[in-house]
Design a protein. Structure first.
Length: 444
């Protein structure tokens, strides 16, 4: 028992962040791994050979000890609003890139994907407690806004010069309590995602707001108790919205219809979307497929995929029930498939300007502004969703999915080059599964 306590105590440390990177790795491998020397060598093998580049990557997070490689792929043949793109995608699932590429090529021959911006509004919140009347506070909103703009001039100046900045302030009372309120503040952050800008503004606005309330209370123009709770941006941005859409004559769906007629394919596709619209269990997986495409582009351009996902899922449940993000119609002989999704993205500032591969991703896309990147990203999500639903209603998801994973399965079983060649030939005509590959290698 004493030995166990001593062993566990060795797994805690004070001052870990003050150790250099080698010191951090040394402590970790000696206390958590059975083969410290080999593990330390392996972790260090993923360090960037260019020391300057490695310093940049190390600066992205705290307590960095190594790099975590992810495949950097591309999906060509995306025709979006008449312009052809080769879309960068960072994702560990090969079938996603394959599906997006296949769908992009299919729609390229049918006019491509149409996309448009429906809004670019981003939001921040100042939460506070107020015991006075809402109406008395509401009367001062414009004056409060004017003061905030004056006091935050230095923060706002550059963004305003680019056409952005603060747009509107709304006073909202929370339903759960009579005394809890928020100032919901909308911003236009132009080509930046704007998180740091918004938070800096909010902190300045909070000071101005608190001082304003105290001043009006002393002058007996406001009566009530005020308590500032917190100020923070919101990652829910339902008005920072983009639409991506494809459409064609139903008869032109023949290439993807498999053994079905184009009409039956269209009807079955429509039904699959209706199921995702009505059934939460299906909707979650359906939307996850959309984010397979969206996240891959968001990560490749060093945007915040966690914020994008949280916002997208909240938007999918905006009417109180979680639903499909994509829609479909088959009216008057026309197949129409579209996606409305909030995407708060940036092309300047933050990691987009620091991450070396993110900069190449943006260059690959011919250096789009934020609105263009929103459209590209939404179009990729739509293409991925189209490919996934098409597979589900025709061959089934596993046929293409598992064949794309054959290389990973063979790697798992440490197959030789000769075994790989024979397996690829065999599974070109047969279903792929871990068990099937295992049995094949045993027989081979």
């Amino acid at each position: 028992m004493k030995e166990k306590i001593q062993k566990e105590s060795s797994k805690s440390i004070s001052g870990f962040s003050k150790l250099n990177k080698r010191g951090k790795i040394k402590w970790i491998v000696e206390n958590f791994f059975k083969d410290p020397e080999n593990v330390m060598h392996e972790l260090m093998s993923y360090w960037h050979r260019n020391e300057d580049q490695q310093k940049i990557v190390d600066g992205f997070a705290e307590n960095t000890i190594s790099n975590f490689p992810m495949p950097f792929s591309v999906a060509p043949n995306f025709l979006i609003n008449g312009k052809t793109y080769c879309v960068p995608m960072v994702i560990e699932e090969s079938s996603v890139v394959a599906a997006a590429s296949s769908s992009a090529k299919f729609w390229m021959d049918r006019g491509g994907i149409q996309a448009k911006i429906l809004g670019v509004e981003k939001l921040g919140q100042i939460h506070f407690r107020w015991s006075g009347s809402k109406d008395s506070l509401e009367n001062f909103i414009l004056e409060i806004q004017s003061r905030m703009l004056i006091h935050a001039h230095d923060i706002l100046k550059k963004m305003q010069e680019r056409g952005g900045g603060l747009k509107e302030i709304k006073l909202i009372q929370l339903e759960s309590s009579q005394n809890l309120y928020q100032l919901l503040i909308s911003f236009n952050t132009c080509n930046s995602m704007g998180a740091n800008f918004i938070n800096s503004c909010l902190e300045s606005f909070s000071i101005t707001f608190e001082n304003f309330i105290e001043e009006k209370k002393l002058a007996n123009e406001l009566m009530g108790q005020f308590e500032l709770i917190m100020s923070i941006l919101s990652n829910y941005t339902p008005q920072c919205l983009v639409r991506a859409e494809v459409n064609c004559l139903i008869k032109d769906l023949g290439e993807f219809a498999g053994n079905m007629t184009p009409q039956i394919f269209a009807e079955k596709f429509y039904t699959a979307i209706q199921i995702a619209e009505q059934d939460t269990y299906r909707a979650v997986t359906h939307n996850k497929g959309i984010f397979n495409g969206i996240d891959a582009v968001v990560i490749a351009t060093a945007n915040d995929f966690r914020a994008v996902e949280a916002c997208g899922h909240a938007y999918a449940a905006r009417d109180g029930k979680y639903r499909s993000l994509s829609k479909c119609s088959i009216d008057d002989g026309i197949f129409r498939f579209w996606l409305d999704i909030p995407l708060a993205l940036g092309t300047v500032g933050g990691l987009t300007s620091l991450h070396p591969i993110a900069k190449r991703s943006l260059e690959l896309l011919e250096n789009p502004n934020a609105e263009e990147l929103m459209m590209i990203t939404a179009a990729t999500g739509l293409a991925q969703n189209f490919g996934a639903v098409k597979s589900l209603i025709t061959t089934g998801i596993q046929k293409g999915h598992m064949k794309m994973h054959l290389a990973n399965i063979l790697q798992h079983f440490k197959a030789t080059e000769a075994e790989r060649s024979r397996a690829e030939l065999h599974f070109g005509q047969n279903p792929v599964s871990h068990n099937a590959v295992r049995e094949f290698l045993k027989r081979d």
